[in-house]
Design a protein around this ligand. Structure first.
Ligand SMILES: [Zn+2]
Length: 166
């Protein structure tokens, strides 16, 4: 061994492991259709682990079946919408007293507080995305049902106050 050669080490082992993974990947692609994760090109029958279309290097990886973001997105949608609406609603609430128009009605303030609370809840769920997506589908559907029920009830309550139903 000369000085310029790196010692037989983890680097070498890692490279051998990569070669093995590449062989397994190419072996799989001989008979299977697969889309390049970058450009979507069908990489079946590749002879090198590189996408011929976009030139990205491809590697063997582990995927999970039936993972879906559908319920997660349905759970955060009302909060994202409410949070953004609350930001816009806050502008007149803050400006109005400053220009001497008096303070807004209580139910408008309550609506804005609800919107911000909902938006923060959506942010918390985004931060907890992995454990939520890992929950059984039934639990995720329950979460979606609760979130939507709370928002629909709040919306009906808001309409009720706005139109003087009670
Ligand atoms: Zn590609």
């Amino acid at each position: 061994m000369t000085e310029s050669q790196p010692p037989a080490s983890a680097t070498t082992e890692a490279r051998e492991e990569t070669d093995r993974s590449d062989r397994l990947l190419l072996e799989y692609l001989v008979n299977n259709d697969a889309a390049c994760p970058v450009c979507g090109y069908n990489v079946r029958g590749l002879t090198r682990p590189v996408c011929p279309e976009c030139r990205h290097r491809l590697r063997l990886t582990v995927g999970a079946t039936d993972v879906t973001l559908r319920w997660f997105l349905a759970a955060i949608a009302p909060g994202v919408f409410s949070g953004i609406a609350a930001i816009f609603l806050a502008i007149p609430l803050i400006v109005s007293p400053l220009i001497g128009n008096g303070s807004a009605p209580g139910f408008i303030i309550a609506t804005d507080v609800f919107g911000f609370t909902s938006g923060i809840a959506a942010l918390v769920m985004m931060a907890q995305r992995k454990p939520i997506v890992a929950m059984p589908a039934g639990n995720q559907q329950m979460l979606v049902a609760i979130v939507w029920a709370v928002h629909i009830l709040a919306f009906i309550a808001l309409l009720g106050v706005a139109f003087g139903w009670y």
